[in-house]
Design a protein around this ligand. Structure first.
Ligand code: SF4
Ligand code: SF4
Length: 376
């Protein structure tokens, strides 16, 4: 087992953790088996941003008598509707109630980590402060009911703003080689994109990782496999599949990263995941990406948004990302898509984005596909 130490306040965290997005697929018995295996192999962190409320009593049962062996990460702003389905909220009464209910369902009185849940828009960022979530989070930290305070975001500019407050111990951020890729910022004067190397981290993201390291704020990674797309040659933007050890190692090599959170929906899945710890240095080596040329990556969106601006203000990268995630069963991505102000259905098929995309992604066709898939 490999551990890293929280830069603020100490304590160790396993370099691989269990993500919450698929835990609803496990029965009570499977949850016990999964926790048995996780603890046996030294995994000590579970994130509980789950799709359904039923995960919590199952987790409580699985952790009976050993709660203190597992770091539990809860989310402020995540609650559940009457039918037990996930809901994101900034209403402070719902934020409070959601947190208390999560603790009660787990049979515990504290969260090892409390993240302000999923903030990707500037207006939403301001809501977190104006509507009371931020103050509530600080209060919970003072009271010791949240041991380490964090936030979760997919956007570098939003993450930087949170970091500027100086109040956070860590944050959850989506990282993998495709999300990090920036095809143009590498050399704006270079016209022949096929001559550029593919393993270049977008400056904004590289700067964020360095800033976090400098401030002593840790990062936990979500989507290290791009919801599985990177593990399949048919969907990987790199034209070939990456392996689990390669993806995990890539994330762990970024500055400030503490742990990769991976969605687990069965015990076999966890067994494949912990195999990372038995992999050799050669098996973890992802450097083949550096030798790739953009021309070898044609046709697959890497969510870089160099295709903007769009006359209909569609965030093309996010539409692609949510479509890719939802098509492999990520229900949270479907809900996040529904919250977008400008949806794929707004596309007027003007084609200007396709002229700007370095990867020849058929954006117009993908917008039609997204509009059909999501119904808007
Ligand atoms: S369509 Fe092309 S330019 Fe736009 S986000 Fe995807 S890869 Fe980047
Ligand atoms: S084709 Fe659609 S997505 Fe692309 S720029 Fe035009 S309106 Fe926007």
């Amino acid at each position: 087992m490999e551990y890293r130490v929280f830069p603020k306040g100490g304590g160790k965290i396993s370099t691989v953790g269990i993500g919450g997005s698929k835990l609803h697929a496990l029965s009570s018995e499977e949850m016990v088996e999964m926790i048995d295996l996780a603890l046996e192999r030294g995994i000590n962190i579970v994130d509980l941003a789950t799709e359904t409320a039923e995960v919590f009593p199952k987790m409580r049962n699985a952790l009976k008598g050993r709660r203190n062996k597992m770091l539990l990460a809860l989310h402020l702003g995540l609650t559940f509707q009457a039918d037990g389905q996930y809901k994101r909220t900034r209403r402070i009464d719902e934020v409070r109630q959601g947190f208390e209910r999560q603790l009660a369902a787990l049979g515990t009185d504290y969260a090892d980590i409390g993240y302000i849940h999923y903030v990707d828009e500037l207006a939403d960022y301001h809501d977190v402060f104006a509507a009371g979530t931020y103050d509530f989070a600080l209060q919970l930290k003072r009271e010791g009911r949240i041991r380490k305070l964090g936030f979760a975001s997919h956007r570098a500019e939003i993450s930087r703003k949170f970091l500027e407050t100086g109040e956070f111990d860590l944050f959850m951020f989506s990282i993998n080689p495709a999300y990090d890729l920036d095809p143009v910022a590498h050399n704006p004067l270079e016209e022949d994109l096929s001559a550029l190397d593919a393993l270049h981290v977008a400056q904004e993201r590289a700067d964020l990782y360095c800033l976090a390291a400098k401030l002593g704020v840790g990062i936990t990674v979500m989507k290290p496999f791009g919801a599985g797309r990177l593990l399949d040659a048919r969907t990987s933007p790199f034209g070939q599949a990456l392996t689990v050890p390669q993806c995990i190692q890539y994330c762990l090599d970024r500055p400030a990263v503490l742990s990769c959170m991976v969605g687990v929906d069965c015990v076999e899945n966890l067994k494949r995941l912990v195999a990372y710890y038995d992999s050799s240095r050669e098996e973890r080596d992802y450097s083949f990406i550096a030798g790739m040329r953009f021309e070898e990556m044609s046709g697959k969106c890497v969510y870089c948004n160099h295709c903007l601006p769009c006359p209909k203000n569609i965030d093309i990268a996010r539409v692609h990302k949510f479509l890719d995630l939802a098509q492999v069963g990520d229900e949270l991505a479907r809900r996040h898509y529904q919250a977008l102000e400008h949806k794929a259905g707004d596309c007027i098929q003007c084609g200007s984005c396709e002229k700007n995309c370095p990867f020849q992604v058929p954006v117009r066709r993908k917008m039609q596909e997204a509009a059909k898939f999501f119904g808007a």
